[in-house]
Design a binder for this molecule. Structure first.
Ligand code: NAD
Length: 367
């Protein structure tokens, strides 16, 4: 098999961790016998610098991505570009337009904590003796962030602001299919999170979830109200497999999951578009964290989030599941051996402090 991807390293630690992740991708392609054709393009601050602040998302970057099966993204932004007009700032001018252009409606964010790293989680360690591994599937292009009307006006001499939470049934169906399929590839348990005791959109959401569930008889579906889900997430994160929820709830819950995971440096993410004829998704894959300007240029960033973004890309966009699993196992192996980048290092017995390249080499070795 041969796959085409665009690589957008971006800013800050992006290029540093991307180099290491590409080495892992190359090793996986050699070992598991598939070909990757890839081209690297400018995005974010790097693109602004190259175009005299014209755009953080050059046309060539979009055109190359249109021809690809997936985008492997690093991270964008940094103090250098923070005072530019908002519409050309790296995140707003590149990341959001990319999501819109490619119709990326499903955001997948794993919130996981390996057994060897539970000390880094703010959750009491006796509650998570074996760590946890949850996948949050968030609807990304609908709901209250985009619903109309929204605005601000004066009513009876007082300022009033309003937003509209609206979902079409087809939007709910689309995201639920992504979540059920993801659950099929994992432990086959799906929790749908809503606020069906208060919100009309949530009543439709819950009805639709129950309908779609009949198409996935192997998956066990349950429902939680979002306030309860937020509480259960810090009490028993290890009881969840896949969560699916609408845009606003997912924004909050996926950040809660990132926090209890312990380190941003370990967490990948995927934003998926329409499913293609071959059953795979066009997607954009990137670490959950940002460009980390505080440590950029020092070669000490944790490359694991970027490496696990590669494995998510192999799983959801390229159909190379065996290679994806092997990369996940290799990363876990490096952690089990005690290797720790600065974000994970505690100085405990058995830990060895490593830099970005050393962590990458250990994962390559394990692969
Ligand atoms: P950040 O995620 O970049 O950093 C937060 C903290 O986590 C920092 O202390 C950083 O050193 C640490 N961290 C993050 N990734 C790490 C890794 N791989 N290894 C070790 N430590 C890591 O968030 P921020 O400081 O709020 O934002 C910095 C810049 O990144 C801003 O310009 C922001 O706009 C941008 N940003 C970009 C994205 C994106 O590209 N998707 C996402 C979030 C923030």
């Amino acid at each position: 098999m041969s796959h085409t991807i665009t690589v957008l390293p971006g800013d800050g630690i992006g290029p540093e961790v991307m180099d290491v992740a590409l080495e892992v991708l190359d090793a996986a392609s050699a070992k598991f016998d598939f070909k990757i054709s890839r081209s690297t393009h400018l995005v974010g601050g790097a693109a602004l610098d190259a175009t005299s602040n014209e755009t953080p998302l050059p046309k060539a970057t979009i055109e190359a991505s249109e021809k690809a099966d997936a985008i492997l993204f690093g991270s964008v932004g940094g103090p250098k570009w923070e005072n530019l007009p908002p519409h050309i700032q790296p995140e707003r001018g590149a990341l959001l337009p990319l999501r819109k252009h490619f119709g990326l409606f499903a955001n997948l964010r794993p919130g996981s904590c390996l057994p060897a790293l539970t000390h880094a989680s703010p959750v009491k360690n006796e509650l998570i003796p074996n760590g946890f591994d949850v996948l949050c599937v968030r609807e990304l292009t609908g709901g209250i962030y985009f619903g109309e009307p929204k605005g601000r006006e004066e009513r009876n001499g007082e300022a009033v602001a309003f937003d509209t939470m609206v979902y079409k049934k087809s939007e709910i169906e689309n995201i639920l299919h992504v979540a059920f399929k993801a659950a099929m590839g994992r432990d086959k348990r799906l929790t749908s999170v809503d606020k069906a005791n208060v919100l009309a959109t949530s009543v439709l959401w819950r009805e639709t979830a129950n309908e779609i569930a009949t198409q996935y008889p192997e998956v066990t579906l349950d429902h939680l109200y979002v306030d309860n889900a937020a509480m259960q997430m810090v009490k028993r994160p290890d009881s969840f497999d896949v969560l699916v929820t609408e845009n606003l709830f997912g924004d909050i819950l996926s950040d809660e999951m990132a926090m209890i995971s312990g380190s941003l440096g370990m967490l990948p993410s995927a934003s998926l578009g329409e499913v293609k004829d071959n059953g795979l998704y066009f997607g954009m894959y990137e670490p959950s964290g940002g460009s980390a300007p505080d440590i950029a240029g020092q070669g000490i960033a944790n490359p694991i989030a970027q490496i696990l973004s590669v494995s998510m890309m192999l799983r959801y966009s390229l159909g190379e599941t065996i290679a994806a699993n092997a990369i996940d196992t290799a990363a876990q192996n490096a952690i089990d051996l005690g290797l720790r980048t600065g974000d994970l290092f505690t100085g405990k017995n058995g830990e060895t402090r490593v830099n970005t390249i050393e962590m990458g080499n250990a994962i390559l070795e394990a692969l």
